[in-house]
Design a protein. Structure first.
Ligand code: SF4
Length: 156
């Protein structure tokens, strides 16, 4: 991957990385080894997304993915005949969604053990980033995308 692309990649994925950092911190309140596992699982889920969804997206082949997934994967994933973006997207979204929901389970476990301001602040920050800032950010990306039949943001 060209090194001059790294700042752009970090900028475009900054909120997602922030969410994973907050999620890791939330899980770490309960268990540090599980926090490392959460981080590894989140990264693996993104690689799975690249393999399952991205090859069926026009941006991947054209090298115009805003998130830079064509660069991160080295363009290595190829589409399988007979599969479409519309079919693949819900599978990939379900897999990558683990990064959004696992920290909520651990926040709940942490509160079952007792209230802590650290957990409360981390949870609030996580909720704001994961369920408000990130959806708004991807909506901005989606609005600029010309893919008409995208199940995430279908165009009229
Ligand atoms: S725009 Fe989305 S689906 Fe398309 S290559 Fe980028 S991350 Fe993958």
């Amino acid at each position: 991957m060209p090194t001059e692309e790294i700042p752009k990649l970090l900028r475009e994925n900054a909120w997602q990385l922030t969410m994973y950092a907050l999620g890791t911190a939330l899980v770490a309140i309960v268990s540090c080894p599980l926090a490392i596992l959460y981080l590894a699982l989140s990264l693996a889920s993104n690689i799975a997304y690249m393999a399952i969804v991205c090859p069926y997206c026009g941006h991947y082949g054209l090298g115009t993915c805003k998130a830079g997934f064509h660069l991160l994967s080295g363009g290595n994933f190829k589409p399988a005949p007979g599969k479409t973006f519309v079919q693949q997207f819900p599978i990939g979204a379900g897999i990558v969604g683990v990064g959004w929901f696992i920290p909520l389970i651990f926040a709940w476990i942490s509160f079952m053990r007792g209230f802590s301001w650290l957990a409360a602040i981390l949870l609030l920050a996580f909720l704001i980033v994961a369920f408000w800032i990130l959806p708004k950010d991807s909506q901005r990306h989606c609005a600029e995308c010309e893919m008409l039949d995208c199940p995430r943001y279908p165009k009229k």
